[in-house]
Design a protein around this ligand. Structure first.
Ligand SMILES: Nc1ncnc2c1ncn2[C@@H]1O[C@H](COP(=O)(O)OP(=O)(O)OP(=O)(O)O)[C@@H](O)[C@H]1O
Length: 457
């Protein structure tokens, strides 16, 4: 047994107190004994106890155990993670079940068997330490997610495809269904995952984000499932995995397409069994997570090519949300540009009213390979560079700007072909809205219809 751990023993029988102290003091760091349960709250204020051994029956009420329950409740109120082991002379299965239901971890029977006491205290300490690791990891993750949630939590979109996304989020957020979010880089997959969590019954619990693309294969298991101390050379301390930390909340696995086939098999087993086993551990732990995955790869092609397991795909895609690239939601560009203009104007203390009409036209024409993230950076840079009160085309440096025009570059000068291409492009942009398309093209609706018919559009 380790010499770690502080133990508090509360029993009105002084003989028991002294014999337990004598037994345990060689095995743990500190043993405190206390005959009067009224002093428990003060003792817990003074020191952090890892395990509390608590008598069920104090003198006034000899065998019902009611006093034990009363003090158990008090202890758990002070420290909901407290590990309490009952001491009782009247053990039977019913009592044991009742005690565990009430929040006790275990119980030991009088008369004592020394080995049994040491084993119980030892496993209770292990439980306490592993709870502490999980809660330290949780706090760390919570701080990180609070930081990433901060500046850009608004979720903007009026394009029909985005309305569909919002409606799906509303329908599935409250369920525990697994969701697969697909979309190019920077289209907002993580934003969607966070919104699903925020609108779920798990919203007061944790959201844990794991970027599978950033974890080397060799660390995958220990990162996701955790490890015990000494499980491998660098495992100096035990560490809970992301699954354990996320238990009770939502686990977001980003870049799921990056997993190798052997790792996919391990992930599938964990999802199916709802259990994970730390590296080096003997027994698995139950986990309760809502799983959200995301990918920018065409996962169905990967299944066809044997690169992604079909059975895993079926486990993770109960509901699918497809995020459109920014170039297919042009009407959102002015809204997003405005949104980020406000944020960065404030950040850099610049009074910039708007994006000029000429600049906005360029933004709308650009293909945005990096999607919203690229737009965000473009606006940030423009805000920093701008000298006037409006963002002008020259304030923007768009990556491969020529790409902006690529749709409008023609490999023919045949006027008919060029006309067909232009009309098609405008119809795409207006999502087939004839009135809007006609207005953009400077045509009447009737003449647009006539031209569409001519080109078979
Ligand atoms: N609808 C939206 N409204 C406002 N901002 C958004 C929206 N969608 C995404 N963003 C912002 O765009 C940036 C990229 O979004 P996010 O990280 O969610 O994309 P992603 O698809 O997960 O990217 P990657 O594939 O690279 O992980 C973030 O800063 C996010 O706040």
């Amino acid at each position: 047994m380790s010499k770690h751990g502080n133990i508090l023993i509360v029993d009105d029988n002084e003989d028991i107190l002294f014999s337990l102290k004598l037994l345990l003091k060689h095995h743990v760091n500190h043993v405190e004994i206390e005959p009067n349960p009224d002093n428990i709250p003060d003792l817990m204020q003074e020191r952090d106890y890892d395990v509390i051994l608590l008598d069920m029956n104090f003198s006034q009420d000899a065998s019902s155990g009611q006093e034990g329950y009363y003090w158990l409740e008090k202890i758990l109120k002070i420290d909901p993670q407290a590990v309490v082991v009952f001491i009782t002379a009247y053990g039977n299965t019913d009592k044991a079940v009742q005690a565990i239901k009430a929040g006790a971890t275990d119980f030991i029977l009088k008369p004592f068997q020394n080995e049994k006491i040491i084993a119980t205290v030892n496993s209770s300490l292990r439980l306490r330490f592993s709870q502490e690791e999980v809660s330290t990891e949780r706090n760390r993750t919570r701080e990180l997610s609070a930081a990433t949630d901060q500046p850009f939590k608004d979720f903007i979109g009026v394009a029909p495809k985005m309305k569909q996304v919002f409606s799906t989020i509303n329908k599935v957020a409250g369920t525990d269904a697994s969701v697969l979010i697909t979309g190019e880089n920077g289209t907002g997959k993580e934003v969607v995952a966070r919104s699903l969590h925020r609108n779920s019954t798990r919203k007061d619990s944790i959201f844990v984000n794991v970027d599978l693309g950033a974890i080397p294969d060799t660390l995958f298991e220990s990162e996701l499932f955790g490890h015990e101390k000494g499980a491998f050379t660098d495992a100096k301390d035990a560490k809970p995995g992301r699954f354990e930390v996320a238990s009770g909340g939502t686990l977001f696995l980003d870049e799921i397409g990056n997993l190798t086939l052997p790792l996919q098999a391990k992930l599938l087993t964990a999802i199916e069994r709802r259990q994970v086993k730390r590296l080096g551990a003997k027994t698995p732990k139950d986990i309760d997570i809502r799983l959200i995955c995301a990918t920018n790869a065409s996962i169905y092609d990967m299944v066809d090519n044997g690169e992604f397991r079909q059975d895993l795909l079926y486990r993770i895609n109960t509901v699918e949300i497809e995020l459109p690239p920014l170039r297919e939601r042009i009407e959102d560009i002015p809204l997003l540009a405005d949104h980020y203009l406000k944020i960065f104007g404030k950040k850099y203390k610049k009074r910039i009213r708007k994006v000029s009409a000429a600049a906005m036209k360029e933004l709308e024409m650009y293909s945005w390979p990096g999607n919203i993230r690229e737009l965000q950076h473009a606006i940030e840079r423009a805000v920093i560079m701008a000298e006037g009160t409006m963002l002008e085309p020259d304030d923007f440096v768009l990556y491969n700007k020529s790409k902006a025009k690529s749709d409008m570059e023609f490999d023919t000068f045949d006027l008919d072909e060029v006309e067909k291409k232009v009309i098609k492009k405008v119809l795409d942009k207006t999502h087939g809205n004839i009135s809007h398309a006609a207005r953009e093209l400077g045509l009447t609706r009737t003449s647009l219809y006539r031209r569409m018919e001519k080109h078979g559009l």
